[in-house]
Design a protein. Structure first.
Length: 251
């Protein structure tokens, strides 16, 4: 089970930490409700107590509140924040398009470069989606790209440039990195570090009925990531755009 940490306003007679199960889009969470305090030391103790309670119930990862500042206390209990890497990689092609539009770059004719340490399923899916949307796609791999090139040409009639130089990677309008590249400046108009959860996610919207089921105050990326991984959300339900535009049917 995945944990869910939430804040609660102080009320008379209320426990400082309270556990209860709750369902979000039919997925079961173990929620730890922590009463707020103006004193950081008190909050740290309460977060530590909440982490111990969750861990005792077998929870190893949790969706945190937005802007959560007490991760160290959770680490002491053996709890980790819910990961977002799979979500980031699943939306990479849409993220590139949105980034190019925001930068004022024509998407169709833009050069999009992808660098990965290995040709994983996620990398194949991303490269395929990018090739269908953009005229020039460059793929930097240590090995294994030739068969993908042949497959894309055979199935879709699109071409892929293998083995781009560093200058070509630096000169691309969009750069997608599945793994860290310390030799690149990352000064491209769009540079996605799909390995780095510190990079801010783009706005993500859901259909209205799913949106209404989400609790307020939770880290949105973490929550959508675990819902998607559990099958409570389908990939096509997660679109780039504001929540308002999706509700209005514009996303």
């Amino acid at each position: 089970m995945v944990g869910l940490l939430t804040w609660a306003e102080p009320q008379k007679g209320q426990k400082s930490v309270r556990l209860e199960e709750r369902h979000i889009l039919r997925m079961r969470f173990l929620q730890a409700e922590i009463v707020k305090s103006p004193h950081p030391a008190v909050l740290r103790r309460r977060v530590l107590a909440a982490g111990k309670k969750l861990r005792k119930r077998g929870v190893t990862q949790a969706v945190l509140p937005e802007g959560f500042l007490f991760r160290e206390q959770l680490e002491k209990c053996g709890l980790r924040p819910a990961g977002t890497l799979a979500l980031r990689r699943s939306i990479a092609a849409d993220w590139v398009r949105a980034g190019l539009e925001a930068a004022g770059k024509p998407a169709a004719g833009a050069r999009v470069a992808v660098s990965a340490a290995a040709l994983t399923g996620e990398a194949v899916r991303t490269v395929t989606e990018l090739c269908l949307r953009h005229r020039y796609v460059l793929l930097d791999l240590p090995y294994g790209g030739e068969e993908l090139c042949r497959q894309l040409r055979r199935e879709y009639g699109v071409s892929l440039l293998l083995g781009p130089s560093r200058d070509q990677l630096e000169g691309a309008e969009a750069l997608v990195l599945f793994d860290s590249r310390t030799d690149l400046s990352l000064k491209n108009p769009v540079a996605l570090r799909l390995y780095d959860e510190r990079q801010a996610l783009p706005p993500l919207a859901l259909p209205p009925e799913a949106e209404e089921a989400l609790p307020e105050g939770a880290d949105r990326g973490q929550l959508l990531a675990v819902l998607r991984e559990a099958g409570a959300l389908k990939r096509e339900q997660i679109v780039l755009g504001s929540r308002k535009s999706c509700t209005d049917g514009e996303a």
